[in-house]
Write a protein that binds this ligand. Sequence first.
Ligand code: ZN
Length: 146
Amino acid sequence: MNKIEHIGIAVKSLEESNELFRKLLGKVHYKIEEVATEGVNTSFFKVGENKVELLEATREDSAIAKFIEKRGEGVHHIAFAVDDIEAEMKRLADEGFRLLNDTPKRGADNKLVCFIHPKTANGVLVELCQEITVDGKRETRDESEE
Ligand code: ZN
């Protein structure tokens, strides 16, 4: 694994939390993106090399809605950047970690992602993410880079 790519934080209202994190971090989010398959709306803030991802549920059966119901708002997952997600998934499965998906799936912010069950990782939901690239270049550009 390379670095912490982002920290995911479950929030009740993306609108309110975008404002809260704008005050906290002293900068505005650089993108908002819905991941319909996961039932979440996300927003991203850059903090140096790393990012903060805010997650708001768009459906009652979304994992974020269930998380907030059980534990309230707060840190939801830690995401690590990897170069080869399939190799990393195999390595972790061989080490005894339980993967929540068998094949990488499309996540927010132009990433292929896989989650590791928190029960096998000291209660921490871990996300692996690999940048999706086309010919070695980023497939889409961040709004802040335009
Ligand atoms: Zn994430």
